[in-house]
Design a protein around this ligand. Structure first.
Ligand code: GLY
Ligand code: MN
Length: 461
């Protein structure tokens, strides 16, 4: 945990921003994989962690803004629990470390919320994302599961987004720790990958690094020779010489701050001439976007900039015709770059995504797009000092999508479909780094990680 002053200050700022009512935080429960006691790795809710810091299951918290009260609801271990878990720090101690004096039994929350409701207090809660969140909201506040998301408090969401978006120095240190572990995972990826191994064999070794550092992976590792499949988690293929291997992997620290990096390397020792040419197109797009990231710049415009660089590169290999900027204005890039340039990163790898992408990545004036490609851009708004974001352009040759567009002769004034045919099995390339926006630009987080063709080939040799 951070020092208790951090949590006290965060709650105090939240109270100011929300202004009135009662704020309910639903901590997470243990989750059985195949029966109740055989559990998945416990993951606390990130907003609960942000304001209370306690990384333990079956807790709830209330900030009663109207009556200036902060309470944690939860139970101390019984002797029956201790037999299985061993003794643990008492909940009152944990609460004390978060600056909370008032701890009440878990069973008391229903009555407490019932009284607040009867007294006419507004009860603010966040959008639910786990089954038990819906059940609790139904039981305690009589909110029907089908209505729970739409009844979540917009003032609370906006207040939390405004705070969690700006990372403090102590948070950046944690994030950088996560990125450094992520760098080591990628160095291992570049060290051990070789033809004949399965994707799973490599991914398993990378996950062990994240766990060994005291945390875990920040999302399921994407490790594939089919890099065009954006989020594939099947890792059954045997990797072959001549293929590209894409690794999108990140660690989170014990305090649950995340890293998120991607590198694409030859499965053998060297890129082919075409792979090298294509890799350098993506690298140029990534480096151009990073160089342009600074306060005041719309992330949406960085996405357009990177997309233009990708199409300029595809023009040089003969796939694109005409003016690349005009092609981007017609959304031609979405045939090759179907997702977004990046996202916020913090205690969630897609930070605060459970609070709603419109609130996290956009503003009341700037709405998230709905068109293919643009609907997958999680972040569009102007960058501010303290934002931590990923920059992750890619080129993805998805045969099913190419066939669909070709059958429609879609945007054929910009696309040479005959030339494109020879790329249908090219697969995909993504390069991703994590940056923090500073007062006048940005800084790439973490230790340097091989990125140029020569650096990667030197490591692969
Ligand atoms: N690293 C996975 C993603 O950004 O979606
Ligand atoms: Mn990412």
């Amino acid at each position: 945990m951070f020092p208790k002053e951090t949590y006290i200050q965060r709650r105090s700022a939240l109270k100011q921003k929300v202004g009135s009512g009662l704020i309910l935080f639903l901590g997470n429960e243990e989750c059985g994989m195949n029966y109740r006691d055989n559990v998945y790795n416990f993951r606390q809710d990130s907003s609960f962690l942000y304001y209370f810091g306690i990384d333990a299951a079956s807790l709830h918290a209330v900030i009663d803004v109207d009556n200036d009260q902060e309470i944690i609801f939860g139970d101390e271990l019984t002797i029956d629990d201790i037999i299985w878990t061993g003794p643990k720090e008492p909940l009152t101690e944990k609460a004390y470390k978060a600056g909370i004096q008032s701890v009440k039994p878990g069973s008391a929350i229903a009555g407490f919320l019932g009284s607040a409701k009867t007294a006419g207090q507004t009860i603010h809660f966040l959008p639910p994302y786990r089954g038990e969140h819906y059940l609790k909201l139904q039981e305690w506040l009589q909110v029907a599961p089908s209505a729970a998301a739409s009844l979540a408090s917009v003032p609370l969401i906006k207040a939390i987004v405004s705070m969690r978006s700006i990372k403090t120095a102590e948070e950046i240190l944690e994030i950088e720790k996560a990125v450094n572990t992520s760098v080591d995972m990628h160095l291992e990826f570049m060290r051990i990958t070789k033809p004949g191994m399965t994707e799973k064999q490599v991914a398993g070794q990378l996950q062990s690094i994240a766990i060994g550092r005291g945390g875990d992976i920040s999302y399921p590792i994407i490790l594939t020779v089919n890099g065009e499949i954006l989020h594939t988690h099947t890792r059954d293929l045997v990797m072959r010489d001549g293929q590209l291997s894409l690794c999108d992997a990140g660690a989170e620290t014990a305090m649950h701050y995340c890293g998120d990096l991607t590198r694409t390397v030859p499965t053998g020792k060297k890129f082919t001439a075409l792979q090298k040419e294509m890799y350098e197109i993506v690298l140029h797009a990534e480096e151009t976007a990073i160089a342009a990231a600074k306060p005041g710049v719309l992330f949406k415009d960085l996405h357009t900039l990177a997309s233009t660089k990708l199409l300029e590169g595809l023009k040089s290999v003969g796939i694109i015709k005409g003016d690349p900027a005009e092609a981007v204005a017609h959304d031609v890039h979405t045939l090759f770059f179907q997702c977004g340039l990046g996202h916020m990163m913090g205690m969630d790898v897609h930070d605060m995504e459970n609070l709603g992408e419109q609130y996290v990545g956009y503003t009341d004036e700037l709405k998230k797009g709905t068109a293919f490609g643009w609907k997958s851009l999680r972040l569009g708004r102007a960058l501010e000092p303290g934002f931590v974001v990923t920059i992750e352009p890619g080129l993805y040759f998805i045969p099913t999508l190419i066939d669909r567009w070709k059958a429609e002769n879609k945007l054929s004034q910009f696309i040479d479909y005959n030339k494109l045919e020879s790329f249908r099995d090219f697969t995909g390339i993504r390069i991703e780094d994590d940056i923090v926006i500073t007062s006048d630009g940005n800084r790439v987080l973490g230790k340097p990680l091989a990125k140029s063709v020569s650096e990667i080939e030197a490591l692969r040799a």
